[in-house]
Write a protein that binds this ligand. Sequence first.
Ligand code: ATP
Ligand code: MG
Length: 390
Amino acid sequence: MKITYLAKLGELVLKGSNKNAFESKLVRNVREFLKHIPVDIILRAGRMYVEVEEENCPQVEFCLSHLIGITGWAKTFICEKNIESITDMVTDLGKAAKENGAKTFKIDARRSDKSFELDSYEIMRKAASGLYDNKILDVDLHNPDVTIWVEVREKCFVYTDSKTGCRGLPVGMSGKGLLLLSGGLDSPVAGYRMLRRGMRIECIYFHSYPYTSDEAQKKVEDLAKILSTYGMQTALNIVSFTDVQMLIKEKAPESWSTLALRMCMMKAANMVAKHIGAQCLITGESLGQVASQTLENMQVTESCAELPLLRPLVGLDKEEIIDTAEFIGTYDTSILPYEDCCVLFSPRHPVLKATLEEAQEIYNKINPDELIKKAFETRVVKHFYAFESL
Ligand code: ATP
Ligand code: MG
């Protein structure tokens, strides 16, 4: 049996003359995600329909729950376009909800096909009669246990279980960024925020093996894999920074070790970004969260970036970041205990208000450019694709 999923298009419906480009990108993303599964995809009037054999429903549901560009989606039941069939379908879904414990319901009807015999108010009133008159469920318009949606379009769709989508713009419409991805909570959320603006993302991770463990790297690979399910695909550039960190430890004042490391990370990120054609760098920094994230220190970090440095979390607090991490499924991985390189080398009393002059002086003293270049040249790249997670 074929099942039809209905997805509501997000912000892209507000686009003007280039709306078609956004819509066709969204459809191409679904096709790419479901490349090994036969599906029919139709776009019509702010809706996308995905038709699939029942056995492939789990894959389609995984795709739609990770797809950026839709505000919501639902598995629908299709009935004939007359009020008797609609009422029967609504009654069946209401009975099923009652078996799952529902006591009250409401109907939300929409009539896009204006030639249909009844308007949306009349559809709601008549379709409710099967449940209400037979005392199967009570009506509660404000806080119902179940909402039954009826959409009369080219076909008639009825559904109860409406899911929230990721919203945003289809990935691939807003250029490409390089995300500095550590194993923490913040940077995966920062990446997701930019994916939601339609940006494609590649990642860069710095490790200091053997001071950091294989588990720490595995954790970052797992995070990159989760990001690929929202971003269609990503690559993780794994860069060994052990020698750079040792040099910093040897040459820089202890209070500067974190900030000097950030400066070196930016320099390496510039090289990778240029190599892959990224137009910006992205970090998970949030103002005031830790010592390296005062305005002064962020200015020092930024002074080493040769591309725009985007910090999508800069104004968010930790709870907001955690909420998103839980929603996108990175939280459980991020809180695993393995240290990343910054923690092991972090100073007891980090500098809080660095100046650009001092930063330049210390950087020149460390003179890490050659080691950074070597780290860039010996990086290892791993690729992750959304369809591999199905
Ligand atoms: P996160 O939770 O993202 O690790 P954090 O709160 O631990 O962030 P910092 O350790 O100061 O904060 O890192 C600030 C930002 O610098 C991170 O969000 C990330 O973008 C980048 N970063 C830090 N360490 C690394 C690393 N080892 N590899 C790649 N990027 C890193
Ligand atoms: Mg961190």
